[in-house]
Design a protein around this ligand. Structure first.
Ligand code: URA
Length: 222
């Protein structure tokens, strides 16, 4: 496969079962489908086990993730790990990734401040996310926040209204959307943080019980 293939061609190849997540990671390093590669340190591709039961999709790498080249290694990732553990979802069965694979930021003093990716940037990165899911074939996808949910379920999807429910989308495994863990970190006071964390964990508890009921996909590719 050539390095210059476009993301959409990688998606086709993943759908035909001819591409692994490792192939995608290597190809996405050179992605120029939008301008975010100019500001980010590197492409931050997803990571996890070769055969995950769940793929968790965030928005985009943060400052720490951009430097480390790994998703969810900062405070939001810690919160996610803790919540998964509390609801009994084995972390070693979870692949974590993002809807957008470069860090978008603006400078404020010495700090790099997160900026929300534009619809065009989300669209440009979508083939990578779809290809990742096609290559991994998880039993379930969990969207963390509106950017991930709208990338997979369309711009009209509302996490506030439909969080915690199983939603279907053509060609994708069942999807459950919930809030982004970083929204819990931004809660204005301790009581709100406790309440929102409990709701987040309730959504993930629903995911845990779906996983218990769902048979593992038998026909995964080696
Ligand atoms: N927030 C995200 O959406 N993704 C990460 O990888 C880290 C923080």
């Amino acid at each position: 496969m050539t390095a210059t293939r476009q993301p959409a061609a990688w998606l086709e190849s993943a759908r035909r079962g001819q591409t692994t997540a490792a192939d995608l990671r290597a190809a996405a390093e050179r992605c120029r489908a939008c301008d975010l590669w100019r500001r980010g340190t590197q492409t931050v591709f997803g990571e996890g086990p070769a055969r995950p039961r769940v793929v968790c999709v965030g928005e985009q790498p943060g400052d720490r993730e951009d430097r480390a080249g790994r998703p969810f290694v900062g405070p939001a990732g810690r919160l996610l790990d803790e919540a998964l553990e509390r609801v009994g979802i084995a972390r070693d069965g979870v692949w974590v990734t993002n809807a957008v694979k470069h860090f978008k930021w603006k400078e404020r003093g010495k700090r790099r401040i997160h900026e929300k990716p534009s619809p065009n940037e989300v669209r440009a990165c979508r083939p990578w996310l779809l290809a990742e899911i096609a290559a991994l074939q998880p039993d379930l996808v969990v969207c963390l926040g509106a950017t991930a949910a709208q990338s997979l379920l369309g711009p009209r999807f509302r996490v506030t209204k439909d969080r915690g429910r199983v939603v279907g989308a053509p060609g994708l495994p069942p999807i459950v959307a919930t809030v982004h863990p970083s929204s819990l970190l931004r809660a204005p006071d301790a009581a709100t943080r406790r309440r929102e964390r409990a709701r987040f964990e309730a959504d993930l508890r629903g995911v845990a019980s779906l996983l218990q009921k769902a048979p593992r996909r038998a026909a995964r590719r080696a």
